[in-house]
Design a protein around this ligand. Sequence first.
Ligand SMILES: C[S@@+](CC[C@H](N)C(=O)[O-])C[C@H]1O[C@@H](n2cnc3c(N)ncnc32)[C@H](O)[C@@H]1O
Length: 233
Amino acid sequence: MKDIIGKAVIDYHSGNYIEDIISSTNISDEDVLPLPYLFRDFKEMPRLEQKALQLAKGKVLDVGCGTGSHSLYLQQKNFNVKAIDISNGAIEVAQKRGVLNTEVLNILDETERFDTILLLMNGTGIFQELSQVVKYLRHLKRLLRPNGQILIDSSDIKYMYEDEDGGYWIDTNANYYGELDYFISYKGEKELPMKWLYLDFNTLHFACETVGLDCELVMEGEHFDYLARLTSK
Ligand SMILES: C[S@@+](CC[C@H](N)C(=O)[O-])C[C@H]1O[C@@H](n2cnc3c(N)ncnc32)[C@H](O)[C@@H]1O
């Protein structure tokens, strides 16, 4: 990983905001990811994220925290929060923004236990592909304290395959339709291609059954997105 996102958020935070991150996928053209969005405050967050923050309880782990927007909000509400990310740059910025407990850490290497585990802004993305979902869920379940909860958001991206006739051009012989190859660039520099998983609620629900997690649909968003709450059975 070249940590392109890290470089971009460091630039933004140090007052050198001149351009945004450009993203594209194997099924969609270039799009702009505005850097200010990665620094959003509570009122700028989607309702699903606001709801997740309102449901937080106890000791919280913010997985893939980015610049720490969710952690900062909870910290201000006196929650004990740990924020982790694999991006050095993101963690540097989260620290500079005031997140007290941060670590550059892959979620699979986390060992502490928590009452709430947050995975937000397509939280299933870090699972990368359908075949890895059970591995990540098993690990997340082990990190839960008794009565703990995982709050995770994602989207059913079937709509991205819809053609003009209202049919879908999904190749049923190919991998799960929510598995995307994700490409980002910033100031002309390209990140290494990443796998990024969007998971529809039913598939998440099924995977949760496999690992002994209850999966509750907390809220649906405006565009095929949803927030789910996972708890141990
Ligand atoms: C879409 S961003 C979301 C950032 C932040 N949660 C937000 O809502 O602004 C996903 C973040 O997850 C981090 N990430 C990806 N895989 C990870 C992993 N295995 N463990 C921890 N963080 C990871 C990325 O570096 C990135 O900062």
